[in-house]
Design a protein around this ligand. Structure first.
Ligand code: AMP
Ligand code: ZN
Length: 440
């Protein structure tokens, strides 16, 4: 594997004494709370209900006094209800898949785009990127934050960017090969798929210049890292983020590969007990909660990510002092990430309820075949339709497939099954069989 020197984008901030980080966080938290209390009715109302005034927040130690926010708040306030500035200050909208009805969108001021860009620049620098690099961005461009996020960060470090966006494996490999890409940014599962397609398409891995990659947007494992590093002879780094907070780069791995440094001068990370909401000490496993402290357009206070992980503030051998989050080991809700797209069973249910001839009994079966996620949606037919013509059944199958593609944004295999064959549960219905092992 190619050696990666330990380059740091902003050493003054990234290697700052922890005491100074906490001071910065306290100051910025106070400013953010005053800003949202003044400008966002929802925050003002929630804080009033909880009996907390902006003056009560004197340091990060008071963070726990503030109420949580959740995905449903973004949906309820869609599209502009959570903006803390005039709409004319917003220069960008990005969005996330994965809810029923309206998407989750976030509004960015120029300051917010700049902050996010720096977070990605730090991430790519940690993965070895610099002026001489050629960065192939294979995350999708569009509302999804992956493409534009990686693009901005790569531009900020002065690299040459190849804005490929997702899909078209043959073309991806040709460009990577011919242009001599040195870094790759995409989902880890697609990176493995690209790596596995190399030889099939007649390439010799030695002809590629790739030295590292930043992979994220979905959970992955140490096993997958080993595989990726072997396939391309690269260093494979984890990068984490979410639209509500900024996008990719909220946290990133350094060459020590022992957790992802959270950009603590821009966000405060907490781990809470998913059931009680109680704050847990570093080292314990729980739900990750973020508070943005530099975002001006749509600040998020104690936003519950539903991602499960641990935090570690012990010194890292790279010299960075920002707290590290572990890999995401699960979710506290039923969100699935399939080929990088967030999918909730409720979205599939919404589609099925609109189609006559099928019952609301369904099962989602997720597998990983040749490093690519496959979703099969098993749906029960009604008694009336079951005895009908084959052509009608085919019509239903096609309608469901099309609707899932349009509502959820991914291709799924739809399998219609006879009435009453999907197991009934006495309690909460079991809707998901996930055969991927994402815990190692
Ligand atoms: P989105 O806002 O659509 O980009 O989705 C954000 C979600 O993607 C996060 O809350 C995580 O569940 C997931 N995610 C992003 N990066 C990673 C990563 N490196 N490892 C595991 N999950 C990730
Ligand atoms: Zn480190």
């Amino acid at each position: 594997m190619k050696v990666n020197e330990n380059k740091i984008y902003n050493p003054e901030i990234e290697c700052m004494d922890r005491k100074d980080i906490l001071d910065i966080q306290s100051q910025r938290l106070k400013e953010t709370v005053a800003h949202v209390y003044k400008n966002v009715p929802m925050y003002r109302q929630r804080m009033d209900e909880a009996g907390v005034k902006p003056e009560d927040i004197k340091s990060v130690d008071d963070l726990h006094l503030l109420p949580f926010t959740n995905k449903t708040d973004l949906r309820d306030e869609f599209p502009y209800g959570l903006l803390a500035v005039d709409k004319s200050e917003i220069v960008r909208i990005q969005g996330s898949s994965g809810t029923t009805g309206k998407p989750i969108v976030s509004g960015y001021t120029q300051n917010d785009v700049d902050v996010w860009t720096e977070m990605v620049a730090r991430s790519l620098t940690a993965a070895g990127a610099g002026k001489d690099d050629i960065v192939q961005v294979t995350y999708g461009y569009g509302l999804f934050t992956g493409g534009l996020g990686a693009h901005q960060g790569a531009s900020a470090v002065g690299a040459m960017v190849i804005p490929m966006s997702s899909g078209n494996t043959q073309r991806q490999l040709m460009m990577m090969h011919d242009l001599g890409a040195t870094m790759l940014c995409c989902t880890p599962s697609y990176a493995i798929f690209l790596g596995e397609s190399l030889k099939e398409l007649g390439y010799d891995p030695k002809e590629f210049k790739l030295k590292s990659g930043c992979f994220g947007a979905e959970p992955w494992t140490e096993e997958m890292r080993e595989k990726l590093e072997g396939l391309f002879d690269i260093n494979a780094y984890n990068i984490y983020g979410l639209t509500e907070i900024a996008g990719p780069g909220v946290a990133f791995e350094c060459p020590s590969k022992c957790g992802m440094h959270v950009n603590e001068d821009h966000v405060i990370a907490e781990i809470v007990d998913p059931k009680t909401g109680e704050v847990l000490p570093y080292g314990e496993t729980g739900e990750l909660v973020f508070t943005t402290i530099t975002k001006t357009g749509m600040p998020m206070i104690r936003y519950r990510t539903h991602d499960i992980c641990t935090l570690d503030a012990t010194p890292c051998s790279c010299g960075r002092t920002h707290v590290r989050m572990s890999r995401i080991t699960g979710r506290t809700d039923d969100m699935l990430i399939i080929r990088g797209v967030n999918v909730f069973p409720s979205q599939i249910e919404e589609v099925l309820l609109r189609i006559s001839g099928v019952s609301p009994h369904y099962m989602l079966v997720v597998d990983r075949v040749n490093s690519t996620d496959r979703l099969e949606v098993q749906v029960e037919l009604t008694d009336e339709i079951f005895s009908d013509k084959v052509s009608d059944i085919e019509k239903i199958q096609n309608a469901i497939t099309e609707q899932i593609k349009s509502v959820v944004g991914i291709a799924a295999k739809v399998k219609l099954v006879p009435p009453k064959t999907i197991p009934r549960s006495e309690g909460k219905a079991k809707r998901i069989i996930d055969n991927r092992d994402l815990t190692k």
